[in-house]
Design a binder for this molecule. Structure first.
Ligand SMILES: [Zn+2]
Length: 279
C-alpha cells in the first residue's frame, strides 16, 4: 500500500480504490488492473467483511492478485471497530481506514496513534479521518455536514499519529451527487504543502474528469469508487436476466457481470491516470 501510494503521490496520478462486494467483483477489479497495467487498491466495507470474514477475503485476494501482473493492495474501508481492524491486521491485510470521526479530536488522535502502532508493527498502512465524510455508505456515515477541523489541528493530527494517508473533508460525498459538488481544492493544497502525505478522495463516483484531475494534481491521489461499482454490477445482472428469460447457466451470467465490472474499472484506471503505471 505504501509503495502504491507513494509512487502515485510522487508522480501525481490517481489510484482507484474500488469497493468490492464478493469474489466476482474482486476478480473483475484485479483483472482490469492486469489488463490496463495499473496499480490498484481493492477495498472492502465493514459490512462485507462481517459477512465474508477477514481471512476468507485475504485468501481470495492473495490468489486472485497473484494471477495479475500489477501491484495490488487490500484495504479495509471506514472501520470504527478496533477489534475488526485487529482481525484484518492479523489476517495479513495491507491497509485499514480507522474511522474515529465520531470521537472528539483528542480521542480520535489518541486512538488513531494506537491503531498506527499496531498496524505498523505488522507492516500494515493506516488511513486516518477527522471529519466524517457526508453521505451514508453501507450503513456507515451520516447525511449531516460535519464541521471542518482547522488546518493547524489537521496538521497536528497528521504529525502526531503517523498515518500513511489522510481523508479530509473536501466537499465530496458518498453516494450519488445531487447537483455539482463544491469541492475545496485549496484545502488539499494547504494540507499537502504543509505535510506531504497522500490524501484520499471519498465519494469518487460522479466526479467530473476536471475535478478528478485537479484533486490528483494537488495530491489527493487515492480515489474511492464504491457507488459506481454497485450500480454497474446490479445493472449487469438485471439486464442480462431480463434479456434472457430462459437462460439458466450461472457461469454465463457471472461472465457477463464480470465483463461489465471489469470494463467500468478499466475505464476509471484510464481516467485516473494509473493505467500503464504498473512496473
Ligand atoms: Zn468513504
Amino acid at each position: 500500500m505504501q509503495s502504491i501510494l507513494s509512487d502515485a503521490f510522487a508522480h501525481r496520478y490517481g489510484v482507484g480504490a474500488f469497493n468490492v462486494v464478493d469474489g466476482l467483483t474482486m476478480e473483475a477489479v484485479l483483472s482490469a488492473a492486469g489488463e490496463t497495467r495499473s496499480p490498484v487498491i481493492v477495498q472492502v466495507s465493514v459490512k462485507t467483511v462481517k459477512q465474508m470474514g477477514a481471512r476468507l477475503l485475504r485468501l481470495m485476494f492473495e490468489e486472485l492478485a497473484s494471477r495479475v501482473a500489477a501491484p495490488a493492495a487490500l484495504h479495509l474501508d471506514h472501520c470504527p471497530d478496533r477489534s475488526l481492524i485487529a482481525a484484518c491486521v492479523e489476517a495479513g491485510w495491507d491497509s485499514v481506514l480507522f474511522d474515529a470521526s465520531a470521537l472528539s479530536y483528542e480521542d480520535n488522535l489518541a486512538q488513531t496513534r494506537e491503531v498506527v502502532a499496531l498496524a505498523h508493527a505488522h507492516g500494515v498502512a493506516v488511513e486516518g479521518e477527522l471529519e466524517s465524510i457526508r453521505g451514508v455508505e453501507d450503513g456507515m456515515g451520516s447525511e449531516a455536514e460535519s464541521p471542518v477541523v482547522p488546518l493547524d489541528s489537521a496538521l497536528r493530527f497528521l504529525r502526531e499519529t503517523g498515518i500513511d494517508s489522510f481523508a479530509p473533508a473536501i466537499g465530496t460525498a458518498h453516494g450519488l451527487y445531487q447537483g455539482e459538488p463544491r469541492i475545496n481544492f485549496e484545502r488539499v493544497s494547504e494540507i499537502v504543502a504543509a505535510e506531504p502525505v497522500p490524501l484520499v478522495v471519498h465519494g469518487g463516483t460522479g466526479l467530473r474528469d476536471e475535478a478528478l484531475r485537479e484533486l490528483i494534481a494537488r495530491g489527493a491521489v487515492k480515489v474511492n469508487i464504491s457507488t459506481q461499482l454497485k450500480i454497474t454490477m446490479a445493472d449487469a445482472y438485471r439486464t442480462y436476466l431480463n434479456e434472457r428469460p430462459s437462460e439458466y447457466d450461472p457461469m454465463k451470467l457471472f461472465a457477463a457481470v464480470k465483463g461489465e465490472v471489469r470494463a467500468m474499472t478499466a475505464a476509471y484506471m484510464h481516467r485516473l491516470g494509473s493505467a500503464g503505471r504498473a512496473n
